[in-house]
Design a protein around this ligand. Structure first.
Ligand code: NAD
Length: 492
């Protein structure tokens, strides 16, 4: 059985308390994680602090070359990594493979293209008020970054934060999700294999209390991805230390299918956008809003496609949807669907636990219509294979429905008119909008939400600079021995 230990200052440490890693397709225990004690969390932060100066002074190019080796190591272990992802959180192997390849691609982006983001700026100063001044900014690391991530992309999400933080010259203490500690520990193994100096990346395992100990420790920034509720708690604890916080939180993305959408493309895209990763994606199409003129044809084609999705163990061939990650996650979903049906929603397909897979946390892909705002499937984030379809009179009404959510992460618009699609896209309250596309992250484009979906950005220039602070340097280049605003006052 695999064991995930805590990585502290380059050493793998055991502990007396363990948590089990369970394969959600069959409930088999596949590994044990060693839960970090409060002392271990403190030691990990101290190790990161001790390594910080050396890592910073190594310089940008040397740090980037470490990341290039990390990208190679990920690529070299791609097969084992994808199998571990599927075994630990259930997504089908083809999806796990894409996650591994994207992870390597993102780290390569940090190693190669992202170096140019650290150039700083030279700033003009008004000579009439302040003659003979030269000002510029430089980008500096923050110090020690705490990285706390969820289980739904257990390799990619941690790596896009860790990669950017390390490139910028920070050291890291990473806490993986308690549901995916084995993949989390693999990140430490890969970092060691690629020659990362001891203490630059540390890993502590555990659930929420371990995460909270990390937030409440001697770190300089917390990079958090997870639910709204946990994000609020992280912000609360971080406020005591005035800690810089980057939050990537939940979403309830609107997917607007306008009357002139290409029906086949919109159905295919929306189907994948809602059901990939068993619907457990922050930017899943959680509220599908279809304009009346196309709605009947869309719903019929969509339901037919949903009914044909193949549910099963993600490690088998010919499976489209794996299990949900845990029993708790499935129970919550069942509660949300039951509530919707009791309040009058119409169930078009699914809505049950599929027979034949009694051991795994499976749920049939489900479609609901006639939903209202008071239902949990609308008011809450739905993290599972349940599509909720609204009807709108026209594009303006669709936009009005889209902007009613408390979440503002991503959105998508399906239309054959670029003018119309861009007009709608510009009025959607969200951090990201895809037009005739959905749910794709590109290494050089910023990722993140607004309002209750979080603050801060990952990826792209904005995401990399999130892990830096800007230092302003101001120089006097005159021969003057005094300044008009210095003492004594009252000189003419
Ligand atoms: P979660 O909030 O339950 O847990 C996230 C992480 O926080 C885990 O590692 C957990 O152990 C830790 N944690 C729990 N309590 C904590 C506390 N008090 N202090 C510090 N850390 C604590 O979320 P989850 O179920 O793991 O992930 C699903 C959520 O993540 C969904 O809401 C999803 O939308 C969101 N998500 C957002 C993005 C994004 O980019 N915006 C990406 C992926 C997932």
């Amino acid at each position: 059985m695999k064991e995930a230990r805590n990585l502290v200052g380059g050493e793998w440490q055991s502990s007396v308390l363990h948590l089990e890693s369970v394969n959600p397709a069959n409930r088999r225990v596949i590994g044990l994680a060693h839960i970090a004690s409060a002392d271990t969390v403190r030691e990990a932060v101290a190790a990161a602090r001790a390594a910080a100066q050396g890592w910073r002074e190594l310089g940008l190019w040397a740090r980037a070359s470490h990341l290039a080796k990390l990208a190679d190591a990920i690529q070299a272990s791609a097969d084992a990594l994808k199998r571990l992802i599927t075994a630990e959180m259930g997504r089908p192997l083809p999806e796990a493979e894409i996650e591994v390849l994207e992870s390597a691609d993102m780290i390569r982006f940090f190693a190669e293209d992202a170096k140019s983001f650290f150039s700083g700026e030279s700033l003009p100063i008004n000579p009439a008020l302040f003659p003979g001044k030269l000002s510029y900014t430089i980008r500096e690391p923050l110090g020690v970054v705490g990285v706390i991530k969820p289980w739904n992309y257990p390799l990619e999400l941690p790596l896009w934060s860790i990669g950017a933080a390390l490139l910028a010259g920070n050291t890291v203490v990473f806490k993986p999700s308690e549901l995916t500690p084995l993949v989390g520990a693999e990140i430490g193994r890969l970092a060691q294999e690629s020659g990362l100096p001891a203490g630059v990346l540390n890993i502590v395992h555990g659930a929420g209390d371990t995460g909270e100990q990390l937030v409440d420790s001697d770190i300089d920034m917390i990079s958090f991805t997870g639910s709204l509720k946990t994000g609020q708690r992280v912000m609360e604890v971080a406020a005591k230390r005035v800690l810089k916080v980057s939050l990537e939180l939940g979403g309830s993305d609107a997917c607007l299918v306008l009357g002139d959408a290409d029906l086949e493309e919109a159905v295919n895209g929306t189907l994948w956008g809602r059901f990939t990763n068993c619907g457990q994606v922050c930017v899943s199409a959680k509220r599908i809003i279809v304009v009346d003129s196309i709605a009947d044809r869309f719903v019929q084609a969509f339901v037919n496609r949903v009914a044909a999705l193949r549910v099963g163990d993600g490690s088998s061939a010919d499976v489209d949807l794996g299990p949900l990650v845990s029993d708790a996650q499935r129970d919550r979903l069942i509660g949300q669907v039951t509530d919707a049906i009791e309040r009058g929603a119409t169930l078009l397909v699914g809505g049950s636990v599929p027979p034949g897979q009694p051991d795994g946390f499976f749920y049939s892909p489900t479609v609901l219509t006639d939903v209202t705002d008071d239902m949990r499937v609308v008011a809450e984030e739905v993290f599972g294979p349940v599509a909720v379809i609204f009807r709108a009179h026209d594009a303006d009404h669709a936009l009005q429905l889209a902007n009613q959510s408390q979440f503002c992460l991503g959105a998508s618009v399906w239309s054959q008119s670029l003018d119309r699609a861009l007009g709608v896209a510009s009025r959607i309250r969200a951090g990201m909008v895809w037009v005739n596309e959905i749910n794709v992250a590109y290494p050089n484009c910023p990722w993140g939400g607004i309002s209750r979906s979080g603050s801060g950005r990952e990826l792209g220039r904005d995401g990399v600079l999130e892990y830096t602070s800007s230092k302003h340097v101001n120089i006097d280049i005159t021969d003057e021995k005094t300044r008009p605003w210095w003492f004594p006052y009252g000189r003419s």
